[in-house]
Design a protein around this ligand. Structure first.
Ligand code: CMC
Length: 392
C-alpha cells in the first residue's frame, strides 16, 4: 500500500489550483476573487457576482449592461425541450427531471461546440446561466400541471425566475420586491464554494473532455444528496417531522446519541468549523423576510427554537456544529411559497455559475490532466480460475 496517499473524503488533498474562491473554514472567511461574501451580498446582485466569477472582476455599469443583455439573449430553451419534460412521470422529483433536461442540453449543443475554442466555451457558459432558471421553473410547472411560462427579459434574474415559477397565463403577476431581493441573495450565497462534491464532480467529468452540459448534469446529480445540496430539503422535512417546539428536545437527544444515525439537517459543515459567513447573511435575510411578510408558521417557530438550542447546547457548540446556509435558505424558501421539492433545484440553478467557472478554469489550464484517483486494493490476492466442474 506504500504507493498512494490514502485520504478518504479528501480531507487533506487539494485536487487543483484555482483562482476563483478562497475559504478559511477556521476563521469563517469566504472570498470570491478576493471579495468577502457579505460585501458581495450587500453591494452587488447575482448577475454581477456571475460576471465576477467568470471574468475575475466586478463589472462597471457599461460592462454590466452588456453582460445582462448577453445573458438575456439565451433565456429561452428549444421548444423540443418541452417534450422532454412531458416524458417524465408527473410526480417525478424535480431534481430527477433536472438531471435529465440539463444533461439533454448537450444533445442540442454538441456538434457545434468545440471545447478547445475559448469562444465556444464562453457561449456554453452563457447558455447555462441563462437557461437554468427557465429549466428549473419548467420542472416546477410540469410537476403541478400548469403551462410553462416563457422568460421575461425585462425583469431581473431573480424576478424573471419568480415570474416563470408563479405567473399564470392571462393573469397579471407582480413580483414582490422583498421576495425578489431574498431570492437574489439566495442565488449569490450559493454561487460558488470551491471544491465541494458537486464542483469536483463537474471537474472530474470535464477532465475527460466531455460536453460541458453533460458535466453540469454530473454536478446536479452530486448536489442532490442530503449531505450536500439536498440538505435544504432534508432540513424542511425534518422540521415537519419535529412538528412542534415541545418535540424538539427528543430530536436534539437523538442527534447527540452516538448509536442513532439521526442528524440535525442544516447543521454542521465539512470546511467551516466556525460560523459559515454565508449563514450570517442568510440568517439576517431570513429574519427580515419573516418579519416583512408577517408569516406565522409553526414550522418556522420550530426552526427558530432549534437555532437557539443549537447555538447554546454544549454538544453543538463543542463540535462547532452551527446552522449552515441551507438551514436558513430552506426557511426563506418555505416562507416565500417555494415547495420543498424545489429547494435543491434552486441551489443547482445558483451553483451553475460556480460549476461552469471551474470548468472554464480547468479547460484553460495547460497543466490540467484527466482526473484519475487511485485506490488501496483490499480484496482477494491472485488465485487460479478452476473449470466449472472443479469448483466447490
Ligand atoms: N447533527 C448531529 N451531529 C452531527 C451533525 C449534525 N448535523 N453533523 C456532524 N455531527 C457530528 C458527527 O456525529 C461527528 O461526531 P463525532 O466526532 O462524535 O463522531 C462530528 O459531528 C463530525 O461530523 P462528521 O460527519 O465527521 O463531519 P463531516 O465533515 O464529514 O460532515 C456534514 C459534514 C455537513 C456532511 C455533516 O455535518 C452533516 O451531515 N450535516 C447535516 C447535513 C447538512 O446540513 N449538509 C449541508 C452542508 S452545507 C451545504 C452544502 O455543502 O451543500
Amino acid at each position: 500500500h506504500g504507493y498512494f496517499t490514502y485520504d478518504p473524503g479528501f480531507l487533506s488533498t487539494a485536487s487543483c489550483e484555482s483562482k476563483i474562491t478562497f475559504i478559511d473554514g477556521d476563521a469563517g472567511i469566504l472570498l470570491h476573487r478576493g471579495y468577502p461574501i457579505d460585501e458581495l451580498a450587500q453591494n452587488a446582485n447575482y448577475l454581477q457576482v456571475c460576471y465576477l466569477l467568470l471574468t475575475g472582476d466586478l463589472p462597471n455599469q457599461e460592462q454590466y449592461d452588456a453582460f445582462r443583455k448577453r445573458v438575456t439573449r439565451h433565456t429561452m430553451v428549444h421548444e423540443q425541450i418541452t417534450s422532454l419534460f412531458r416524458a417524465f412521470r408527473r410526480d417525478s422529483h424535480p431534481m430527477a427531471v433536472m438531471c435529465g433536461v440539463a444533461g439533454a442540453l448537450s444533445a442540442f449543443y454538441h456538434d457545434s461546440l468545440d471545447i478547445n475554442d475559448p469562444r465556444h466555451r464562453e457561449i456554453a457558459a452563457y447558455r447555462l446561466i441563462s437557461k437554468m432558471p427557465t429549466l428549473a421553473a419548467m420542472s416546477y410547472k410540469y410537476s403541478i400541471g400548469q403551462p410553462f411560462i416563457y422568460p421575461r427579459n425585462d425583469l431581473s434574474y431573480a424576478g424573471n425566475f419568480l415570474h416563470m415559477m408563479f405567473a399564470i397565463p392571462c393573469e397579471e403577476y407582480k413580483v414582490n420586491p422583498v421576495v425578489e431581493k431574498a431570492m437574489d441573495r439566495i442565488f449569490i450565497l450559493h454561487a460558488d464554494h470551491e471544491q465541494n462534491a458537486s464542483t469536483s464532480s463537474v471537474r472530474l467529468a470535464g477532465s475527460s473532455g466531455a460536453n460541458p452540459f453533460a458535466c453540469i448534469a454530473a454536478g446536479i446529480a452530486s448536489l442532490w444528496g442530503p449531505a450536500h445540496g439536498g440538505a435544504n430539503e432534508a432540513c424542511l422535512k425534518m422540521l415537519e417531522e419535529i412538528g412542534s417546539v415541545e418535540r424538539i428536545p427528543h430530536y436534539v437527544a437523538r442527534a447527540k446519541d452516538k448509536d442513532d444515525p439521526f442528524r440535525l439537517m442544516g447543521f454542521g459543515h465539512r470546511v467551516y468549523k466556525n460560523y459559515d459567513p454565508r449563514a450570517t447573511v442568510m440568517r439576517n435575510t431570513c429574519h427580515q423576510v419573516l418579519q416583512e411578510l408577517d408569516i406565522k408558521d409553526p414550522l418556522l417557530e420550530v426552526a427558530m427554537e432549534l437555532e437557539r438550542i443549537a447555538l447554546s447546547d454544549p454538544y453543538f457548540v463543542d463540535k462547532k456544529l452551527y446552522p449552515n446556509v441551507d438551514f436558513y435558505s430552506g426557511i426563506i424558501l418555505k416562507a416565500i411559497g417555494i415547495p420543498t421539492s424545489m429547494f435543491t433545484v434552486i441551489f443547482a440553478l445558483a451553483r451553475t455559475i460556480g460549476w461552469i467557472t471551474h470548468w472554464l478554469e480547468m479547460q484553460a489550464d495547460p497543466a490540467s490532466r484527466i482526473g484519475r484517483p487511485r485506490q488501496l486494493y483490499m480484496g482477494t490476492p491472485t488465485r487460479t480460475v478452476l473449470p466449472l466442474e472443479q469448483r466447490k
